[in-house]
Design a protein around this ligand. Structure first.
Ligand code: ATP
Length: 819
């Protein structure tokens, strides 16, 4: 086969080679007439890349000038502007309109920026006439598919032409031409084929004419050595004297395709990428800008920029609670506002601060407020945005981010979720990540690299400060550690006030309706008191809520009010919203059978009675058997107070209360149900904590057996012996057993009260605290929750809207509560 070595390229075609190629193509084309080789059109490259480049640029600029000219002419002639026409037609086409609407903010910004630049550079060009093309993944993919298909087609075409040369075997050549003395000259081409020139007139089906018009045949050889050997043998056999033997010449020839094909994919790839870039730059901006996205921007930082004109309008007053954190971060604000004051004294300002705390506690908000107060640009990026599938991209993005920040200085960089890149490096744990470590290293280098004269402050947010690399936290990098915890009742009240002030509240509307004659300051006073009361009550009902939960709750309240077509949002809307956030959506579609409903009623009554008669249990506000959320068939809501220390008794009472549901089922039915599974989970967790972490087991003593090593779910080994493990199991079980015994004793004593509560619950489905007092009498212990006493006691929380609503607001300096 002639094709085998045709891909092997010895030289890249030069001008001389192009000439020699054309000489080869002639004999081949002459064979076309004999139907041996298909027609090949010469396709030498006619343009260089640079000329192409110039053409593209030239074309783009001509286009914009033509557009500008057309527009001027149209204006002179009073013709409607083409761009306006196109705008009109765009309006007519709903699909285009839709596409435009869907265009994301980023892309629009990019287009605006490009147009701005163009306007500055060349005021003659109307930026509206510039068409900006963005190459999305589809265009690029299509281009590569097309070029691959083209290459494959060309290759098979070239190979099919070569394969048709396989007309003659060496044996045929020997018997039909060589031994008959018809051969005059032999040329070995490319070491695998031989062109044998024949004497004039020796024409057959297999012959063709060479460029000199001589008839010739072609055949392939296995190897040159073999061919030479064979020729020698044949000529020896024919007794041809050595000096008359046929001359054998050697030539390197080939189709131009043989040279082009191997480099074609590379050329297409590079050319394609280059072309796409050039088109984008020439048509997009003419200033070499290019828009966001695309492979060329992969190493660029993805940080979002907020500046004063746009988003950073947030001030410290919008961040409620967390006063200590605000104070701490204030130093950065003062530095950014007046750096010289510090520099004069030779003081070095901290370069960065880590804001740590549970999710939704306002870390990002505080960082934004810092930028808003200081009035400087704020670059916000998430740690995970540094990490890409390409090696080195993370580090490059870090470099780019810091460069941008320095260019905009004074500025603030905020890296959210810094643990995505800032986890401790190479500590021998499973699953090391070199790319992440490179990114972290670059971050460390950049933070070292700028000094306080750069006026760039780096803030970072994380929920897991404990897993951060020590190098990040050392002085000179993130040397301030600001911890933001979930707010206490006062914090929650302040946050509620911030978010309530944005809503139309019923209490405000009531004041406006009932107090028409009062002056503005009096109105303000009444309003702030009403909001204060409302915020206080809501904060008491939401223990454990973070700022984000509170914001969500206020929004949910407003949504519920809107759903009810209410003109303002009242406490009952908020209570529904809280219930929704705490227990999930009411599942009206889940209808329980009467038997199931009875079981749930007794289960919840068991919990409620336990909570009522256990001293350290939290105050109950509501018990319900309406299914909610992901599978809860009933729930009881308590108000735990904000406390930082929990006693052993408290733990035991909580465990007892959690077992109340199952024990009540045992006491009232012949069998038990699956309804207590979630209770058991909680009970086990609490008991394990008491034993493993809190040293509350006398038998195990004051030792922490829990390493807290939750390394991605891998627990390599326990740091205690088998004997201790067995003891731990026994102790965990003992606490639960003790609570179980206490619970059974209590509920057996109060059997009739459980019946009473369960029956009422079965009928009404919801019981509030007031109902409980009516059914079982007041709680025998004083409530331990001040917030409860202050805001909830005496009122009926979660009862729903009373028949008659509306009240007269009066300002009473002594009163503390809403009533
Ligand atoms: N102290 C606060 N005052 C007012 N609103 C708050 C406060 N804390 C949180 N919020 C509300 O919660 C929303 C979410 O807060 P933010 O994004 O700052 O939380 P985060 O701590 O950064 O959360 P994450 O750790 O999940 O990133 C804010 O937009 C704001 O509406």
């Amino acid at each position: 086969m002639l094709v085998t070595n045709s891909i092997r390229v010895l030289r890249v075609p030069t001008h001389s080679m192009v000439r020699s190629l054309s000489s080869i193509s002639r004999p081949l084309t002459s064979r076309l007439s004999n139907g041996i080789i298909p027609s090949l059109k010469p396709a030498y490259p006619t343009r260089s890349f640079s000329s192409l480049n110039n053409r593209v640029r030239f074309k783009a600029s001509i286009q914009s000038f033509k557009d500008a000219q057309n527009e001027n002419e149209n204006k002179k002639e009073g013709k409607p502007d083409e761009s306006e026409e196109s705008k009109k037609s765009e309006k007519e086409e709903p699909s285009k309109d839709k596409e435009k609407k869907n265009m994301d903010q980023e892309e629009r910004d990019m287009r605006e920026e490009i147009k701005e630049r163009l306007k500055k550079e060349n005021p003659k060009i109307d930026p509206n006439n510039i068409k900006i093309y963005q190459f999305d993944g589809k265009t690029v993919a299509l281009y590569f598919v097309m070029s691959t298909l083209f290459t494959v087609a060309l290759t098979s075409y070239a190979l099919s032409g070569e394969s048709e040369k396989n007309e003659l075997s060496f044996q045929d050549f020997k018997t039909n031409y060589l031994e008959r003395g018809l051969v005059t000259k032999l040329t070995v081409i490319n070491r695998f084929a031989v062109e044998a020139e024949l004497i004039a007139g020796a024409v057959s089906d297999q012959t063709f004419r060479t460029s000199g018009g001589t008839p010739a045949v072609v055949f392939t050889i296995g190897s040159v050595e073999f061919f030479e050997e064979e020729m020698k043998n044949v000529q020896d056999k024919l007794n041809i004297p050595v000096n008359e033997r046929l001359p054998i010449l050697y030539e390197e020839r080939g189709s131009w395709l043989n040279y082009i094909l191997p480099i074609l994919p590379t050329v297409l790839l590079i050319g394609g990428l280059w072309y796409l870039t050039m088109r984008r730059t020439s048509q997009g901006s003419g200033a070499g800008g290019g828009g966001p996205g695309g492979i060329f921007k992969i190493g660029k930082s993805k940080a979002k920029l907020f500046n004063q004109e746009t988003d950073v309008k947030i001030k410290f007053k919008d961040v409620a609670g967390c006063d200590e954190s605000k104070e701490e971060i204030m130093e950065f604000v003062k530095f950014l506002q007046d750096p010289r004051k510090y520099e004069k004294l030779g003081a070095k300002i901290p370069r960065g601060a880590i804001l740590s705390g549970p999710p939704g506690t306002g870390k990002t908000l505080l960082a934004k407020a810092t930028a808003g107060e200081a009035g400087v640009p704020f670059l916000s990026v998430s740690g995970s945005e540094f990490v890409e599938m390409f090696v080195g991209v993370g580090a490059s993005r870090v470099r780019d981010l810091f460069k941008t920040a320095r260019d905009m200085a004074p500025s603030i960089i905020f890296v959210d979720e810094i643990d995505a890149i800032g986890k401790e490096r190479g500590n021998g744990k499973i699953g090391g990540n070199d790319e992440r470590e490179n990114t972290l290293n670059q971050l460390l280098v950049e933070m070292d690299g700028f000094d306080s004269s750069d006026h760039v402050v780096v803030l970072a947010g994380t929920n897991r400060p404990d897993i951060l690399d020590k190098a990040l936290l050392r002085p000179g990098r993130f040397d301030r550690h600001i911890s933001i915890d979930t707010p206490d009742i006062d914090g929650r009240k302040q946050i509620f006030k911030v978010h309530l002030s944005k809503l139309t509240l019923t209490c405000d509307e009531d004041i406006k309706a009932t107090q028409k004659d009062i002056d503005f300051s009096k109105y303000q006073e009444l309003k702030s008191k009403a909001i204060d009361d409302l915020a206080g009550r809501l904060s008491a009902l939401t223990p454990g809520f973070a700022g984000a939960d509170i914001a969500n709750c206020c929004n949910e309240g407003a949504l519920i009010a809107a759903r009810e077509d209410a003109s303002s949002v009242d406490i009952y809307h908020f209570e529904q919203a809280i219930e929704r956030v705490v227990a999930g959506l009411e599942r009206k579609s889940r209808v329980l059978s009467l038997e199931e409903k009875k079981t749930v009623a007794y289960h919840e009554a068991g919990h409620a009675i336990c909570g009522w008669f256990l001293e350290f249990a939290d105050p109950l506000v509501k018990v319900s058997i309406i299914p909610r959320g992901q599978g809860a068939l009933g729930y009881a809501q308590y108000l735990p107070k904000d406390q930082y220390l929990i006693s052993k008794e408290q733990f035991m009472h909580r465990i007892t209360m959690a077992l109340g549901g199952r024990v009540s089922e045992e006491l009232h039915f012949d069998t038990v149900t699956s309804g207590a599974s979630d209770d058991f989970k909680k009970v086990t967790q609490m008991s394990q904590q008491m034993v493993l972490r809190l040293g509350m087991s006398d038998k195990l003593g004051s030792i922490c057996y829990d390493s807290g090593d939750d390394n991605g779910g891998f627990k390599v080994h326990n740091n205690y012996s088998e004997t201790t493990a067995r003891l731990i199991d026994t102790e965990v079980k003992r606490f639960i057993d003790e609570a179980y015994v206490a619970c059974t004793k209590l509920l057996t004593e109060k059997l009739d009260l459980v019946d009473k509560v369960a029956e009422e619950l079965y009928k009404k489905e919801v019981l509030t605290r007031e109902d409980m007092i009516r059914l079982v009498g007041p709680r025998p212990f004083a409530e331990r929750n001040d917030a409860f006493d202050k805001y909830i006691k005496g009122t009926d929380a979660f009862k729903g809207r009373p028949e008659k609503k509306g009240k007269k607001y009066e300002l009473n300096e002594d009163s503390d509560s809403a009533e």
